[in-house]
Write a protein that binds this ligand. Structure first.
Ligand SMILES: Cc1ncc(COP(=O)(O)O)c(C=O)c1O
Length: 419
């Protein structure tokens, strides 16, 4: 039984960075699509690991045994976060390098004439590695396009795009430029129907939406802990069946057991511990803001926490859209309907008629409002809309620690710039 009670005061108190001021000016962190702030518990855990347990794994002394335990617990927590098993989790430097790493193994048996399907709304981290692999193997690229008016994929074309020669279907859950939440279940199902490897980029959805790789049935799914309140590290889910089929890119003495099988070199134990703790923060949201008992399973608390965050963020999105769409000269790139909030995450890209995105970001930064300008490596999407050559868009992202007052302040600041 859950009760809706988003305790924004307690949530904000968990993030010490939110209290920092610069020359007396509070910080307004609307840069979350690029990376979120972190709760005190994550900062403390990372520093505790570095103080008390700083050693490589595999030894018989106390600090090294700690590293073994940290790895085991972090893999288990990440698995629970994604609905997977611990031995289907690989930590890496970031999502992009994990995708590069797996693309090299997956493309090994591609033959000229094979095809792969990529999706135009994706970040280049889930496009570039596959383009390089396809070029090396003489494989044809096919694209799932989106509608420039609705910012949604043309799902009806999936049937003609995917066929018996399709070896891979790579798609993105939430867009880092438009905020659209894509129907990945449909895309993955179409890929699986022909036996293709299916890869989901969940970097932008993981901070906002519960993910269940088992229900989804994808082979690979990447997310980045620094977007979901953790340290700078990437997490890849690799389904057991695919994991066992791949010839690992490993050095000879490295173990064939997971996680070493697909983890080249020494990982960041402190980042793994911090990721586990970021997941515990999300579970705490489930307890504190959704009324789930502390004795409920970690998965139950995580899902409740994210569902409560989604509901809170929907209220913020509604407020942002109501204000922003009334600003004269503002063009929003993304779903603007206040009835379709379930189809987007709180990432808002826009242009103003009278100022470049860079000018907007600079003016906002002058007021200690942190936002982005550019195309954010959404290379295909920004290219399709002709945004790349004109400086891209300004982007503001809300998070579960953003307040309604901050949304109003940001909209007012943008309105002043538009005037
Ligand atoms: C949707 C999406 N995919 C992939 C990436 C790349 O993530 P990383 O920096 O961890 O490689 C990002 C980063 O912003 C992103 O937003």
């Amino acid at each position: 039984m859950t009760t809706a009670r988003w305790d924004i005061k307690a949530v904000r108190a968990a993030f010490p960075a939110l209290a920092i001021t610069d020359d007396g000016k509070p910080r307004l962190y609307l840069d979350a699509p690029g990376g979120s702030q972190v709760p005190a518990r994550v900062i403390e855990r990372v520093s505790e690991v570095m103080l008390r347990s700083c050693a490589n794994e595999g030894g018989i002394f106390r600090t090294s045994l700690d590293s073994d335990r940290i790895m085991a617990e972090a893999h288990a927590a990440a698995a629970t976060f994604l609905g997977a098993q611990w031995d289907e989790i690989v930590f890496g430097y970031n999502s992009t390098s994990l995708i590069f790493h797996f693309s090299r193994m997956i493309a090994r048996d591609w033959r000229p004439g094979d095809e792969i399907v990529l999706t135009r709304m994706d970040h280049d981290g889930n496009i570039g590695p596959w383009l390089i692999a396809a070029e090396e193997r003489g494989v044809t690229i096919r694209w799932l396009d989106f509608d420039s008016e609705t910012f949604e994929y043309r799902y009806e074309t999936l049937e003609e795009l995917i066929g018996p020669r399709t070896r891979l279907v790579a798609c993105n859950h939430a867009s880092n430029i438009f905020g659209t939440v894509n129907d990945i279940a449909r895309i993955v199902a179409a890929g699986k129907a022909v036996g293709a490897v299916t890869m989901v980029d969940a970097v932008q959805s993981a901070p906002h939406l519960p993910i269940d790789v088992t229900a989804l049935g994808c082979d690979l799914l990447a997310c980045s802990a620094y977007k979901f309140f953790g340290p700078h590290t990437g997490v890849m889910f690799v389904a057991a069946a695919l994991r066992d089929r791949l010839t690992p890119l490993k050095v000879r003495p490295a173990s064939m057991d997971m996680p070493w099988r697909h983890t080249p070199g020494t990982p960041s134990f402190e980042a793994q511990a911090g990721t586990q703790t970021a997941i515990e923060h999300i579970a705490w949201l489930g307890e504190h803001c959704a009324g789930v008992g502390a004795q409920a399973s970690l998965r139950t608390r995580i899902v409740a926490g994210l569902e409560a965050a989604t509901a809170y963020e929907a209220r913020l999105m509604d407020r942002f859209l109501a204000g922003a769409t009334a600003v004269p000269g503002l063009t929003l790139y993304g779903i603007a309907s206040r009835n379709r909030l379930h189809a987007r995450v709180p990432t808002f890209s826009f242009r103003l008629a009278n100022r470049s995105p860079q000018e907007i970001a600079v003016a906002l930064a002058g007021q200690n409002i942190f936002g982005w300008a550019g195309d954010f490596y959404a290379h295909e999407a920004s290219g399709q809309l002709g945004l790349r050559e004109k400086g891209g868009v300004a982007r503001l992202g809300l998070s579960h620690y953003t307040t309604a007052e901050e949304v109003d302040q940001a909209v007012e600041a943008v309105a002043r710039l538009a005037a």
